[in-house]
Design a protein around this ligand. Sequence first.
Ligand SMILES: Cc1cc2nc3c(=O)[nH]c(=O)nc-3n(C[C@H](O)[C@H](O)[C@H](O)COP(=O)(O)OP(=O)(O)OC[C@H]3O[C@@H](n4cnc5c(N)ncnc54)[C@H](O)[C@@H]3O)c2cc1C
Length: 592
Amino acid sequence: MADYNAPLKDMKLTLNHVARMPELAQKPGFEDASADMVDAILEEASRVARDVVAPTNREGDEQGVKLQDGKVVCPESFAGVYQQYMEGGWGSLQYDPEYGGQGLPFLLSIPVMEMWHSANMAWGLCPMLSQGAVECVELNASDELKAQYLPKLISGEWCGTMNLTEANAGSDLSVVRAKARPDGDAYRVSGEKIFITWGDHELAENIVHLVLARLPDAPEGVRGISLFLVPKYLVNADGSLGERNSVEALSLEHKLGIHSSPTCVMGFDDAVGYLVGEPNRGLACMFTMMNNARLSVGLQGVSISERAYQQALEYAFDRIQGPAVGTKEAGPIIRHADVRRMLLTMKTLTEAGRAIAYDACGSLDFAAKADSDEERAIEQARAALLTPIVKGWCTEIAQEVTSLGVQIHGGMGYVEETGAAQHYRDARILPIYEGTNGIQALDLVGRKTLMDKGAALSALIEEMRSAAAQTDPSLTAQAKQLELAVTGLEQARDLLLNGAADDALLPGSIAYNFMMLAGYVCGGWQLLRQANAAVSLIAAGDDDPYLTAKQESARFYMAQILPRWKGFAEMLEDGSQSIMALSEEQFSSAWQ
Ligand SMILES: Cc1cc2nc3c(=O)[nH]c(=O)nc-3n(C[C@H](O)[C@H](O)[C@H](O)COP(=O)(O)OP(=O)(O)OC[C@H]3O[C@@H](n4cnc5c(N)ncnc54)[C@H](O)[C@@H]3O)c2cc1C
């Protein structure tokens, strides 16, 4: 087995039978997304991911990045990889043809992005941040800025970054201190940003920073933050590059994982910048980018899980250790029941996460192409509800999956040689950046559930019930298990809606358990949909073992993974009681 093989069959089944790709291809403007075109794009992306990107993963981890003479030096192979990515037009799939995009569905870019992240997650962050920047500029910037910056960002000739975090402003961006002052038609931006992913490098000829800063006399808090576009090199009227702007990487962080992704402290010293959107509305503009990025980070969870699974599976076939039950000869460890438990846990969590992520992304396309305001609102609310689940749950399960990947390797998993440890280290950032999972959970219970009185969640619950009701008779037992879990989610919804008014601490106290419960239930729903699709394809004469494996995967998930919902449901019943019981003094009372 090669280092990484894209799971094309699972990607296609998910696109076609979960995320509604064939229906999307009927929408005006998406005619090019025919089944043949989708297949061709996925096949070619899979080749590039396997042959070009994946071989750089280990080397990137070992070489890391350095700041030398004011320049960020990346692993040697990255320049060539980025060049091929750019020349292949991979960054332009889903964007507006007016700015050089290919006008394909956003959904189609998702399996492609999954492949980059599986192949090399640290490298994949570079195009991922650029895509978020494109979206932010496309939706919020003036026509002039769009004309000047979008074509080069979309082609990949320039890269984008996202500059929110400061030393004192992480989860709470209301206290951002970076400043901007008007200067003729432009602005001058000053301040220091930390943890900026791919904040500087030489892979692209220019870098477009999107920076949150305060205008003079801006009100305190989130309503006083504006968004600025600050290029590394100024751009002349004819589009050519001009002077170097006064923005630079001051230092690089030394991190647990993603060693080849430069995480920069960025200094802006009266740098020329351009306002994006309205003054003091910067956070709202940045949210367009953050929503995209949150889905992408959830997808990274799926990607790294897939890579860890493939590696563990290969090892489980190769490693000979002890005879399996009923045999005398030592055999590969895949024959041992506990190893199978771990492999199936990895496989089914990954496939469930993939389906939730693709489905959420598909809803964004359906919203964009909706025939009515009502349809648009439904799809938008569905995507918005699923976003914190994709980000939160898919990155939490990535911790378990990559840890199991280490476990399956035994002692060899703990040493760096096999690469299993790298996936585990790399995955650890996912619950932290792009809004910690604590913040995602609060978003799910607050903005996405309490704010609309549970409307979007109730619609999703109905969708799950109807999927369970329409299940093929051969999957009745699994459908019943799902129905039970859906009822558990419904009860959790009611507990939240009924209890929040009387106990202000309730939403925050139950948020994480609520998010995990919702994630496991959504995972069961999606695996059941996939298993149903597999039954139909088998009935139509397809004898691919992938399809029968999908049915068995659903059976395993319902029996061995889905029941976790009960634990989360029981824990959230406790409300804020035990969580908030200890005084701050009591926390440290044991050693004081
Ligand atoms: C490798 C890496 C790359 C990054 N890339 C970027 C980037 O490109 N651009 C960028 O702008 N930032 C980036 N970040 C920053 C990242 O988004 C922040 O680290 C993250 O948002 C958390 O902020 P913080 O580190 O200040 O943690 P804090 O906000 O201090 O949080 C600490 C803990 O408290 C919890 N917490 C905080 N507030 C609340 C609350 N209200 N309710 C419940 N719990 C709460 C958090 O969940 C967390 O567990 C990156 C960080 C890293 C490590």
